[in-house]
Design a protein around this ligand. Sequence first.
Ligand code: SF4
Length: 464
Amino acid sequence: MGGEGPREACGLFGVWAPGEDVARLTYFGLFSLQHRGQESAGMAVSDGERILVYRELGLVSQVFDERTLATLQGNLCIGHTRYSTTGSTTWDNAQPSFKTNGQRGLALGHNGNLVNTAELAGIAGRRGPATTDSDLVAAMLARQLDRGLEAAALEVLPLLSGAFSFVLMDERTVFGARDPHGIRPLAIGRLPSGYCLASETCALDVVGATYVREVEPGELVSIDDRGIRSMPYAEPPRQALCLFEFVYLARADSRMYGRSVHETRREMGRRLAGESPADADLVIPIPDTGFSAAQGFAEGSGIPFGEGVIKNRYIGRTFIEPTPALRQRGVKLKLNSLPEAIRGKRLVVVDDSIVRGTTTRQIVQMLRDAGAAEIHLRIVSPPIRWPCFYGIDMSTRQELIAAGSAVEDVRVFVGADSLAYLSLEALVASTRAPKAAFCRACFDGEYPISVGEEEPSKFVLETL
Ligand code: SF4
């Protein structure tokens, strides 16, 4: 998709480790989860007595500096990077959310999207200022905080429907929780003096933590001076990890279901070469997510692998609007071609997915302008035909080019000489996990959690 989206949906980190600089560990954990959300970053830290929260719009490296980190001293910390799937991009909606009942406080970071927000707003009987489902959950927990955060969480979590991984904390304890289907990931790591939680294992690696296990679907874990304790709060109906984590969301150096994301993508590329071969001179990836799969395609096809497109690694999310003239250059702000490498060549171009199709079309045009003789587009996921209601920002069918079009129509729209997608069977087989272990709804329309008649709106709480 070459940067067009779907947009990612939040990175979580939590740590309980007395004697460590927990804010600094959280900073580096969030830094390696930056790909999961680039609109805002924040952390909450506690010294055992009080919780301090710092959050701001921007990238992790823009939000925090040495001076801020020096003020965030304590034994436990949670952190969050956000891409908005519910609510607008405003400071109020940045996380962690913080609530207090006057005596005790709690902070919460959320990855995912709830599908019964309107119902929950009725139960909580409150409105704003923040307009996220995450803030609503924090408010529900705060109402029960007299009994302690653990009891409050065990009361509130079963009321929630949808996709959620949470990191939570009060003054002394860090908690992690996953929804009963385990749609969004959350892993546990061990440190010399404690434990940490992270959306992806790449964040455990960066802080020197050893992978222990994943938080189980329907499980609440607590981490404090009593060690790590597990409190299942719901019977997992069926596990349904988001299949899109393997396609696009997760970083290639992370592991999910015990399987390397890089190796999975490589196998996806090899299988795609078998399913949909092309007569070509060079296989090129659309960076960054296309790399592993393009390598696999080259291995499977025997066609040489090379670079033909370079990504601006530092683009992140800019808050500076380009001038209209710059915007017309569109994709070139993020990606540029290498004419010397591709001129006169028949290319296999490997990308992870096509959502709206507009960026893919610009990339194809850019490659033609650079002199490519033929462009054979190979996509290492099936067509995205159904919206996602669980936290990935592709929530209406209208915005999905494959929803109402045949593959041939998509090919014509993007302007490629040929276009082929990986089959769902081959994608799932590449993960080495069974099909039933995944949410695959955006590909096959089988939603693991009912979303009712109405498609939830991203701004539901703003319209209440
Ligand atoms: S619908 Fe697609 S993107 Fe959304 S959670 Fe399911 S697999 Fe992931």
